[in-house]
Design a protein around this ligand. Structure first.
Ligand code: AMP
Ligand code: ZN
Length: 470
């Protein structure tokens, strides 16, 4: 298997630290709002990477954090007049719902920054003791980039260039920095902010230290893969390398993987530009499998432009696969007459094997999901043209199971969901209202339960009953 490593800017053969095992860390979202579909790209991409390793027989330890202490969370909490914890808990729960709808598997561990402060204090102290960090007068602790000779190796930046680039940028409150490219490990609290006690000041951690500490705690000092969106290469991942390698004296991650941006009108989709759609918004228009399929239709390192046309094309493509599987299921149930010539079926089987090899070759080549999806379409074409009422049950099942297995690696569920029409839902709501009028609350509750099983949520408001798809 070959993986493009940002560190060497080359595709490298994947060799795990421990045979048969993969230790993988993916930087997770900062939780102060619903996630947007740009944030969903690394989730979908690295979940697919994980699934492919599992398909190949690896045991994957997959860790992905939630950043639950951050300026943006605190700002939102102040706006709403609640504490930061309320905001982060709410959006972690919402993010998990989105992940479930996207069929992203829960991580082996989802650590929270606020629950790992002790480990952060320890690592910061180690960095101070080793001369890689220093305490400024106001209690801020900075990492000294000059103390880590390899600083810049991931982003391929030169420290001298960085220093002169940063020199112009004087940030108020950071007067205690020795070098402009030094970064914060611990900072003093401001009025009304959450804080923790430390030897340096009452304060909170910088963002980068969380990932170094959580990765070490849950995966060990050395890991196979560290991943995230390409905007994290600098400074976040560069700083993580500096912290972890200076503190542990070992290479941190062997392979660094970064996904390209999801763009809209060729600009990065981001909260700050305001040009985003949340996953939740898209779920009102499409089954989120369509979004997942759309994301995997491109190579993960390429930029991907979001558009209604491409979503429609993905919807149609996905339908084609689901319809083929549905037809194979029907043929399977009819148990096929089996009168098709045995030679034709063994030729068909050989073609299936070739297409599976094609699929695996694409995935082995730095997870080329675009080519892997093409192999699935070729399988679908083969199934549509060769499986029929004369086919043996064995041949039909073989085709069906192969398509299902390869789709599962992509996180695509091949079960067709029954389409529920708005008119059916409204008729059921009407029946529930009638039952309530007649004080038959048991029946009213039963109808509500049925709707909920169908993924329909009801809300009783003053203007009447409102409903939405969960
Ligand atoms: P954030 O919450 O901004 O820290 O982002 C969480 C993850 O989403 C990181 O891995 C980011 O690199 C990634 N990300 C954010 N915006 C985009 C985008 N438009 N396209 C692809 N990945 C993104
Ligand atoms: Zn991180």
């Amino acid at each position: 298997m070959k993986i493009f490593n940002t560190l060497s800017r080359q595709k490298e053969e994947f060799v795990p630290l421990e045979p048969g095992k993969v230790k993988m860390y993916v930087c997770g979202p900062t939780v102060y709002n619903f996630i947007h579909i740009g944030n969903a790209r690394p989730m979908i991409v690295f979940d697919t990477v994980r699934r492919y390793f599992e398909y190949k027989g690896y045991e994957v330890n997959f860790v992905s954090n939630f950043t639950d202490v951050d300026d943006k969370i605190i700002k939102k909490a102040i706006e709403e007049g609640v504490d930061a914890d309320t905001i982060s808990k709410r959006y972690i729960a919402e993010c998990k719902k989105d992940m479930e709808m996207l069929n992203v598997k829960p991580a082996t561990t989802h650590p929270l920054a606020t629950e790992e402060i002790c480990g952060m204090l320890d690592m910061i102290q180690t960095l101070i003791d080793k001369g890689n960090a220093y305490v400024a007068e106001d209690g801020t602790v900075y990492f000294s980039t000059a103390s880590f000779k390899e600083y810049g190796k991931l982003s391929h930046k030169n420290l001298d260039d960085l220093q002169s680039g940063f020199r112009e940028l004087k940030v108020t409150g950071e007067e205690g920095k020795r070098d402009p490219s030094d970064f914060v490990l611990w900072k003093p609290k401001k009025e009304g902010e959450p804080y923790w006690e430390s030897d340096w000041c009452q304060g909170r951690p910088g963002w980068h230290i969380e990932c170094s500490v959580m990765s070490k705690k849950y995966l060990g000092e050395q890991i196979d893969i560290h991943a995230g969106g390409e905007d994290l290469i600098f400074p976040h991942h560069e700083n993580e390398i500096a912290q972890s390698e200076a503190a542990n004296g070992k290479t941190f991650a062997r392979y660094w993987m970064h996904n390209g941006f999801l763009n809209i009108d060729n600009k990065k989709m981001s909260k700050s530009l305001g040009n985003f759609f949340t996953v939740r918004e898209i779920s009102e228009k499409y089954d989120l499998q369509v979004l997942r399929f759309f994301m995997l239709s491109a190579h993960y390192r390429s930029p991907l432009n979001f558009s209604a046309d491409l979503m429609e094309a993905s919807k149609n493509g996905l339908e084609r696969i689901l319809n083929a599987v549905e037809r194979l299921k029907e043929l399977e149930a009819k148990a096929g007459a089996g009168s098709a010539p045995a030679e034709a079926e063994s030729a068909g089987k050989a073609q299936v094997k070739e297409l599976v090899e094609k699929y695996e070759a694409a995935m082995d080549d730095d997870f080329n999901t675009a080519d892997a999806v093409s192999a699935i379409f070729e399988l679908v074409k083969l199934a549509n043209s060769t499986a029929n009422e004369e086919s043996s049950k064995e041949y039909v099942s073989y085709l069906k199971e192969t398509i299902e297995k390869l789709c599962d690696v992509m996180g695509i569920i091949t079960e067709k969901k029954a389409e529920i029409l708005d008119s059916e839902i409204e008729a059921m709501i009407e029946a529930r209202q009638q039952a309530r009028k007649e004080k038959n609350f048991a029946l009213a509750d039963e109808i509500r339960g049925k709707l909920s099983d169908m993924g329909i949520l009801l809300e009783d408001t003053r203007e009447g009953v409102k409903w939405k798809r969960a």
